[in-house]
Design a protein around this ligand. Structure first.
Ligand SMILES: Cc1cc2nc3c(=O)[nH]c(=O)nc-3n(C[C@H](O)[C@H](O)[C@H](O)COP(=O)(O)O)c2cc1C
Length: 165
């Protein structure tokens, strides 16, 4: 084997998972950010975690509201999901810019993209500093699924989004 760095390893592990982290902005609208670094943590109780750069607007929203919905995006919104991963909700209304169709989630003021295969509704339990990211550890409140949507994955590291098959 050859010595490589971690970003090179991320290319070798492709296809990598992709989520869309949905949070509420102060005006009540929903912000979306593309996040590959997530994991299931526990099935009893149900817990997940994801890591976001310290500078991300979504992280700020999660730390303030303590609420977040993590979705697995469907293949039909690949282009919009890539766009959500290269713009910040600090100065961009991503819903309008990328023409994303939202649906409401029962018991939440956060909306999610209509084309989602899975949606995991969470409350923030705690977060920890991990280098240049924060790791957000969440309690799962509700889970939704739609097997007719084909999940997106990140290929060639994080540069392309398409299904795994
Ligand atoms: C395929 C892909 C995967 C990404 N994964 C992550 C991630 O795991 N963590 C992270 O902090 N940013 C990740 N990003 C970058 C964020 O989506 C990007 O910084 C975004 O602008 C954050 O938006 P926000 O400021 O509205 O939260 C990813 C981007 C792409 C395209």
């Amino acid at each position: 084997m050859n010595k490589i760095n971690l970003p090179q390893a991320a290319k070798l592990t492709s296809p990598n998972p992709v989520t869309v982290v949905c949070t509420e902005k102060p005006d009540g609208s929903t912000n979306l950010a593309t996040v590959s670094w997530w994991t299931y943590l526990s099935f009893n109780p149900n817990m997940i975690a994801f890591a976001m750069a310290k500078t991300s607007y979504s992280g700020e929203r999660v730390r303030e509201n303590k609420k977040v919905i993590v979705t697995i995006p469907g293949a039909e919104i690949a282009e919009a999901v890539m766009g959500c991963g290269s713009t910040t909700g600090r100065n961009t209304d991503k819903e309008t810019k990328f023409g994303i169709e939202f649906v409401e989630v029962e018991g939440s003021t956060i909306k999610i993209p209509h084309h989602s295969r899975v949606a995991i509704q969470c409350s923030l339990k705690e977060y920890h500093e991990t280098g240049d990211h924060y790791l957000y550890i969440c309690d799962v409140e509700q889970v939704y699924g739609d097997e007719t949507e084909e999940a997106l994955f990140a290929w060639n590291g994080y540069s392309q989004l398409r299904p795994a098959k």
